[in-house]
Design a protein around this ligand. Structure first.
Ligand code: ZN
Length: 656
């Protein structure tokens, strides 16, 4: 993008290719940390980077070898690098880095190169044999014969996560979480474990690959001495250093429990760690490091590896503390059936954080809000810790200024003024409500399996949290609490939510494809449902003007009533574990794309030359040491480029 950040000298935009844009984020306040805290951030940041190879392997069994092959070619090729084919090769490699593998990070389908197989064969032939990432006993030709169909043939292992209703989701997903196992077998295997789980069940299957050996199912556990051992040993070594500079005993205990979990793979220890982590709200520096999110597993059990290191943004945190302090009020006044409400909302803690390092499944593409742990029983007994990542949101907003997006898609001046005036604020507030009170609200009826909604569980859960936030945004309570400046502000979020869910998020979908990702399905589900159910009153409609489609909201209060109605139904589905209703709702409203509208949105978006997906290059931390090797200061630098960073990570954190 041409736009830089106005009068500020910091360049937020690094580069753009395919459908991706790389940004940089600042780490304001790092210099003001104590030496001990800076050292802690440094050690945890190293731990955050050591697990990178784990995620590549989880995302597909050939990813690591493919990445290494491409990197060697990229570094060693002596021929003409200015040709169209080499440029296409470069873009492909950059996409593989971005997606941590050969599948689109968001859409989950395989992206196919814009250069030929023969061209790559020629590039590979030009590289010295000993530089190639050959497996034991493998020849150059055998490697190409194995990897090329995986790279070039769009029918071979086409999807990382397949969610198509009616297919064997395990066999047809290319993610490396199962081997030789059918969906039925995997479900039966874990149903048997869950039956033994008791009231406080661990997250079965979370940290292992399920394989069939000699007709028997067994788990290959990710731990020191097990699968991914070499990477996990490095992570553990940095965590052990971090423990020596922990801010307090509570944080030291958190780190040592995580280390014990990594050493044993014992999921009970992971629960203990999660509870300690949850309770530690005093530490200024905090981190996530482990097997966390299960979006990459079609059955929603296996967790991908990720890490974030951060510290508290004290000023911005006061906003989320106000929301958390009123959690019970929100719960008591929500429009859901009283049977599904929590009598007591416990431990909804919330803060705004400054990200200092992103790793694994949070890099380069990242979340802007996190709510953990994911264990259902821990959430209901101990609550959850919720954060929004202030400096990343700020980087998105700064980089998007003046992009022309609102001019193209927003209906008129009234709506544009609303957005200009309130959207940054109400968008943050919606995220806060989603994370601080949305996910934490409601309860399952006794005996309901938390995984009853299976493949639809993630979408329903995200819809629940989004609707909870949407429902409360217009509430006078928020004005009373000083969170919104006036009774108009919420309209900015309502408008942009509907516009995004009905139209503009489609820029992230390839022509002819459906909506796959849980958050996107959730947003379309809510927007489409509200459009259909608001048709009688014309609360919201799609209108045409000069050949272009726009979202027009005629009655914001009616829209709120609709969100409340849908929230009640979505909570019922979750509380009762009503799989059939979840399936119907998601399939009817969340999945299908109107091809005509889709084509129009893509065409309009193309004229803006924007990238629909964004990710971040990390800062570089350098530890300065004295003669005895003791750290005396940690410096942060923002100048590293995208390819430069990826190649360095490939060298320095090549653990698998
Ligand atoms: Zn969420």
């Amino acid at each position: 993008m041409k736009e830089n950040s106005g009068h500020e000298s910091f360049e937020y935009v690094v580069e753009q290719f395919a459908d991706l844009q790389l940004l940089r984020y600042r780490v304001p306040g790092f210099e003001n940390l104590s030496l001990r805290q800076k050292t802690l951030v440094y050690y945890l940041s190293q731990a955050a980077l050591e697990g990178r190879d784990i995620l590549f392997d989880q995302n597909g069994r050939y990813n690591l070898q493919i990445r290494r092959l491409l990197e060697v070619v990229y570094e060693d090729y002596q021929g003409d690098r200015a040709t169209e084919e080499f440029r296409a090769f470069e873009v492909y490699l950059k996409r593989v880095w971005f997606s941590n593998g050969i599948y689109h990070h968001y859409a989950c389908d395989k992206f196919v190169p814009d250069f030929s197989e023969d061209y790559l064969r020629g590039l590979v032939a030009s590289v010295e044999e000993e530089r190639l990432p050959l497996e034991q006993g493998e020849t150059r030709e055998a490697m190409c014969g194995k990897l090329f169909p995986v790279i070039f043939d769009s029918s071979v292992m086409p999807k990382r996560v397949n969610q198509t209703d009616g297919e064997d989701l395990v066999l047809t997903s290319a993610a490396n979480y199962y081997s030789g196992v059918t969906q039925k077998e995997a479900e039966a295997f874990y149903a048997a474990q869950k039956a033994q789980g008791g009231d406080e069940p661990v997250m079965f299957g979370m940290n292992s690959r399920l394989v069939k050996e000699n007709g028997c199912l067994k788990e290959e556990v990710w731990k020191v001495g097990g699968m991914y051992g070499p990477a996990i040993e490095k992570i553990v070594a940095w965590l052990e250093k971090a423990a020596t500079v922990a801010e307090n005993d509570s944080q030291r205990k958190v780190i040592s429990l995580l280390v014990e979990f990594y050493k044993t793979g014992d999921l009970k220890l992971f629960d203990e760690y999660s509870i300690e982590w949850l309770k530690d709200t005093r530490s200024h520096v905090d981190f996530v490091n482990g097997f966390i999110e299960s979006y990459g597993d079609p059955l929603g059990m296996k967790a991908s590896w990720e890490s974030i290191v951060n510290f508290k943004d004290v000023e911005a945190t006061s906003r989320t503390e106000i929301i958390s302090a009123s959690a019970q009020w929100f719960e008591d006044h929500s429009p859901v059936d009283s049977r599904f409400r929590k009598e007591q909302v416990t431990g909804v803690s919330a803060k705004v954080i400054t990200a200092a390092m992103l790793g694994g499944d949070l890099y380069p593409s990242t979340a802007i809000g996190i709510n953990l742990p994911n264990s259902n029983w821990i959430r209901s007994v101990h609550g959850s810790k919720s954060v929004t990542i202030g400096n990343l949101i700020d980087a998105y907003n700064k980089a998007a200024r003046g992009s022309g997006f609102r001019e193209e898609f927003v209906y008129g001046d009234v709506e544009r003024n609303l957005l200009d005036r309130y959207a940054d604020l109400t968008d943050n507030l919606h995220t806060d409500l989603h994370e601080c009170v949305g996910h934490g609200s409601g309860k399952l009826l006794p005996g309901v399996d938390p995984d009853a909604l299976k493949a639809y569980g993630s979408t329903i859960e995200e819809a629940r949290a989004d609707l909870f936030g949407l429902y409360y945004l217009p509430d006078t309570k928020l004005v009373e609490l000083g969170l919104t400046p006036d009774a108009e502000a919420y309209k900015a979020e309502y408008y942009s939510y509907m516009m995004n869910g009905l139209m503009t998020q489609l820029v992230r979908i390839e022509p002819g494809c459906n909506v796959e990702e849980a958050h996107m399905r959730n947003r379309q589900l809510i927007a489409r449902w509200a459009l259909e159910h608001g048709a009688d009153t014309r609360a919201v409609e799609l209108v045409r003007r000069e050949g272009k489609t726009y979202v027009k909201v005629n009655d914001y209060q009616e829209l709120r009533r609709l969100f409340g109605r849908l929230l009640a139904e979505v909570q019922r589905i979750k509380s009762e574990g009503d799989y059939e209703a979840a399936r119907r709702l998601v399939e009817k409203y969340g999945v299908q794309v109107d091809p005509e509208l889709h084509a129009e949105v893509l065409a309009r978006y193309r004229t803006l030359h924007l990238a629909p997906y964004k990710g971040f290059v990390n800062p570089v931390y350098t530890a300065l040491t004295d003669d005895e090797g003791k750290i005396v200061d940690v410096k942060v630098d923002y100048t590293e480029g995208y390819a430069e960073q990826m190649l360095r990570y490939g060298r320095e954190y090549a653990n698998l």
